[in-house]
Design a protein around this ligand. Structure first.
Ligand code: ATP
Ligand code: MG
Length: 654
C-alpha cells in the first residue's frame, strides 16, 4: 500500500507470467541483444532501422534535436509510397497479396502489390489532375475499403498530406477538421455498409464541405445508393482514377516532408491535429511492426482490426505493414455482422497468423461467450496484440486461452497518436509477459515513470509516464498551434525536457511497466492517489462483471469517493440487486484493499465510449457528481448518456 501523498498508488499484484516458448524464441525476428545494441549507440541503432527503407538520398545526420522539435535522418530523401508499394514489386514480389479485403456484405477482393502499384499510381495521377500538389491537404472520410489505403498512399506519393477522418463522424466533426487543415480535396464514398445495410455517406460529407476550402470531392462508389451531386465539384473515382494512367514516377521528398495530420480520438477533450512526417515515421512503424509482431514477409497473414481513421490504422494497417511487404487482412464491417463469430470466421478463412485488436473488443467477445470462437479453427494464429487502453488481466487471460490457444505470445502495445508508433511492448520471442502489463520500453526508445518532481520512481511505485528521448516517429507538432504543442506535452517537465504523455504508470516489483490510465482520471481517496485502471481490473476479475468504468466523485469526508459503473455478464445481468453489489464491493476490497472499495456501484447497460472504443470517464464523472453531462461530440453513441443518467440502478454504501 502506497504512502499517502505518493504520486500514484500501486495496489494490484500479478503473479502469473508467461515466458516465450523455446520454439517461438528460436525463430523470432528480435533477440535480446537488440536492447544492448540500442543502449550502446542509440543513433546508430536507428540508422540501422532506417536502412530497412529505400532512400533516394542518404541522410547526413541521424538526429537534430532542438527541443521540443526533432528532425530525423536530416538531408535524407525518400518516397513513402514507393517504399510501401513499388519497392516490393521491383524486388520480385508483385504477385504477393497486399490486402485480403473482406466486405461487410460478404464480398471480397484480393489485391497484390502489383495491383496496388497500378491503383496508387492511377490515383496519384488523378489527384494531380484535380489540382492537388506537394504540401496540399486532402481530407479522407471513407469506410474500410481498399480505396482508403490507396488514397492515403496516393497522397504520400505526390507529397500531399492526408487528414483521415473516421467514417462515423458527423458532418460537423468533419467540417471542423477540414477547416482546421484547410483541405483542398475530399475523398469519400457514396455510402457505407453499417450492420448489413447501406447508409449514406456523401449526403453527410456534402454538408461538411459547404463553405470550406474544398475544391473537389472525389467519390468512390461503394453501395450504389443515390447521392446528391454538384457538377464541376464532384467527380467519381471510377471516372477519374479509373481512367488515369497507371504510370507515375514517384518523386523523392525530404525525410522531414509532412506525411499526414491526424486528430486524436478526443477522450480527454478537444481533438488535437497531430502532425507526422516521413522518414522517421516510416522507420519506426516498419521496425516496430517487424519486431513486436514478429512479422515474416511472404509468410505471415496479418490483421489489425483498427479503423483506418485512427492512428493504429495509419501506422499498422497502412504504413508499417506495407513498408514491410506484409500480407494483410482488411475488414469493412462490425464484428457481429452478420453474426458474432465474424472475426474468427475471417481468421480461419485467411489463416491469419497475427491478430492485433483493442481491449474493448476483447471484453465484448468475452461477453458474447467463449463458445463462439470455439467453433472456428484458430490454429493459424501465432501472435496476438492489443492497443488503445490498459488491458485488464482477466481479458488478457481470456485472449490468451480462448483465442491464442495458450500458445501465442500477447503483445500489449502502448503508444499514442502523438508517438506515431509503438513505444512500450514486450518483444514476443524475448520478454516474459504478464497479463495486463505492457512490460518494457522498446529498444531505441526512452521512457520512464517519474514522480511530481520528475524523479524516476522505484520498483513497486507509480507515477507519470514520460518519454525522455526524442524518437523517430514523434509528432512534429499540433497543426497550426505551436503553443498548444509546447503546453500540452512539454510544459509539465520543462526543466527535465521530458515529453509528458498524460498517462499514469507504475513499475511492479520486477520493473515491468503497467499503464494505469489517464492522469486526469486519477482518484484521490483520503490522500491516496488511486488509478482507475486497477479498480476496474479488480471489478472485471469478478465472474459477474463484463465491463467496468470507475471515476472519483467529490466526497465530503474522503475528498473523492470511488463510483463504479458496471455492465454485468449475460447470465448475471438480471441480478443487480443489493447482494450482488455488496459482493462486488467486497471483491474489490479483497483484490486490492479496502481503500479502493467503491462508494457506489451502478449497474448500466452500456458505457460511454469514443468512436475508437475508449471509455470517456469524464462524462461518467458528470453523472456521478450530478452535473449536466459535458461535451459528447466524440462519443460513439450519445444516447448512451441519457440511458445512464436515467435508468441506472444504484448500489449504495452498506
Ligand atoms: P485525446 O488525446 O484527444 O484525449 P486519445 O488520447 O484517446 O485522445 P489516442 O492517441 O488514440 O487518443 O490514444 C492514446 C492513449 O490511449 C494513450 O495516451 C493511453 O491513454 C491509451 N493507450 C493506448 N495504448 C495503450 C495500452 N497498451 N495500454 C494502456 N493505455 C493505452
Ligand atoms: Mg491523448
Amino acid at each position: 500500500m502506497a504512502e499517502s501523498g505518493a504520486t500514484l498508488s500501486n495496489l494490484s499484484t500479478e503473479s502469473r507470467a508467461f515466458p516465450p516458448s523455446e520454439e517461438f524464441a528460436a525463430q523470432a525476428n528480435a533477440t535480446a541483444e537488440l536492447y544492448d545494441r540500442a543502449d550502446a549507440d542509440r543513433e546508430a541503432f536507428w540508422a540501422e532501422q532506417a536502412d530497412r527503407l529505400s532512400w533516394s538520398r542518404k541522410w547526413d545526420k541521424v538526429l537534430e534535436w532542438n527541443a521540443p522539435f526533432a528532425k530525423w535522418f536530416v538531408g535524407g530523401q525518400l518516397n513513402v509510397a514507393y517504399n510501401c508499394v513499388d519497392r516490393h514489386v521491383e524486388e520480385g514480389n508483385g504477385d504477393r497479396v497486399a490486402l485480403y479485403w473482406e466486405g461487410e456484405p460478404g464480398d471480397s477482393r484480393e489485391i497484390t502489390y502489383a495491383d496496388l502499384k497500378r491503383e496508387v499510381s492511377r490515383a496519384a495521377n488523378a489527384l494531380i489532375e484535380l489540382g492537388v500538389g506537394k504540401g496540399d491537404r486532402v481530407a479522407i472520410q471513407m469506410p474500410m475499403i481498399p480505396e482508403t489505403a490507396i488514397s492515403m498512399l496516393a497522397c504520400a506519393r505526390i507529397g500531399a498530406m492526408h487528414s483521415v477522418v473516421f467514417g462515423g463522424f458527423s458532418p460537423g466533426a468533419l467540417k471542423a477538421r477540414i477547416e482546421d487543415a484547410e483541405c483542398k480535396l475530399l475523398i469519400t464514398t457514396d455510402g457505407q455498409y453499417r450492420r448489413g445495410k447501406p447508409a449514406p455517406m456523401k449526403e453527410n460529407t456534402d454538408e461538411a464541405v459547404e463553405g470550406t476550402s474544398i475544391e473537389h470531392v472525389l467519390v468512390v462508389k461503394r453501395t450504389d445508393i443515390d447521392v446528391p451531386w454538384t457538377d464541376g465539384r464532384d467527380v467519381w473515382w471510377h471516372d477519374t482514377v479509373g481512367t488515369a494512367s497507371e504510370e507515375h514516377t514517384p518523386e523523392a521528398f525530404d525525410s522531414e516532408h509532412p506525411l499526414f495530420i491526424l486528430y486524436t480520438s478526443g477522450t480527454t477533450g478537444k481533438p488535437k491535429g497531430i502532425l507526422h512526417t516521413s522518414g522517421g515515421y516510416l522507420t519506426q512503424t516498419a521496425y516496430t511492426h517487424n519486431v513486436v509482431f514478429d512479422h515474416k514477409p511472404g509468410e505471415s497473414v496479418y490483421w489489425c482490426t483498427a479503423d483506418v481513421g485512427w492512428v493504429t490504422g495509419h501506422s499498422y494497417i497502412v504504413y508499417g505493414p506495407m513498408a514491410n511487404g506484409a500480407t494483410s487482412v482488411m475488414y469493412e464491417g462490425t464484428p457481429n455482422t452478420p453474426h458474432e463469430g465474424r472475426h474468427w470466421e475471417i481468421v480461419q478463412k485467411y489463416g491469419v497468423s497475427i491478430y492485433y485488436t483493442a481491449p474493448t473488443l476483447i471484453r465484448t467477445f468475452m461477453k458474447w461467450g467463449e463458445q463462439i470462437p470455439a467453433e472456428y479453427d484458430l490454429s493459424s494464429l501465432k501472435v496476438l496484440g492489443t492497443v488503445g487502453e490498459p488491458i485488464n488481466p482477466e481479458a488478457w487471460m481470456w485472449f490468451r486461452e480462448k483465442i491464442g490457444g495458450e500458445r501465442c505470445p500477447i503483445v500489449d502495445t502502448w503508444w499514442q497518436t502523438e508517438t506515431g508508433a509503438i513505444m512500450i511492448a514486450p518483444l514476443p520471442g524475448v520478454t516474459e509477459t504478464k497479463p495486463g502489463s505492457a512490460m518494457k520500453v522498446l529498444p531505441g526508445i526512452g521512457a520512464t515513470v517519474v514522480d511530481e518532481s520528475g524523479t524516476p520512481v522505484g520498483n513497486g511505485e507509480g507515477g507519470y509516464l514520460v518519454l525522455d528521448q526524442p524518437w523517430p516517429a514523434m509528432l512534429r507538432g499540433i497543426w497550426g498551434d505551436e503553443e498548444r504543442y509546447r503546453d500540452t506535452y512539454w510544459s509539465k517537465f520543462a526543466e527535465q525536457g521530458y515529453y509528458f504523455a498524460g498517462d499514469g504508470a507504475k513499475y511492479d516489483e520486477d520493473g515491468a511497466i503497467w499503464l494505469l490510465g489517464r492522469v486526469d482520471d486519477v482518484m484521490n481517496i483520503s490522500g491516496h492517489r488511486i488509478s482507475t485502471t486497477e479498480v476496474e481490473s479488480a471489478l472485471v476479475s469478478h465472474p459477474t462483471v463484463a465491463e467496468a468504468a470507475v471515476v472519483g466523485a467529490s466526497d465530503e469526508t474522503t475528498g473523492q469517493g470511488i463510483v463504479a459503473f458496471v455492465i454485468l455478464r449475460g447470465n448475471a445481468a438480471k441480478d443487480g440487486g443489493d447482494e450482488a453489489i455488496k459482493a462486488l464491493r467486497d471483491h474489490v476490497a479483497k483484490e486490492i484493499g479496502p481503500i479502493a472499495k467503491p462508494r457506489n456501484i451502478m449497474v448500466v447497460e452500456e458505457l460511454p465510449k469514443t468512436r475508437s472504443g475508449k471509455i470517456m470517464r469524464r462524462l461518467l464523472k458528470d453523472v456521478a457528481e450530478n452535473r449536466e453531462v459535458g461535451d459528447v461530440s466524440t462519443l460513439a453513441d450519445s444516447s448512451v448518456m441519457d440511458l445512464i443518467s436515467s435508468g441506472m440502478k444504484e448500489g449504495k454504501e452498506d
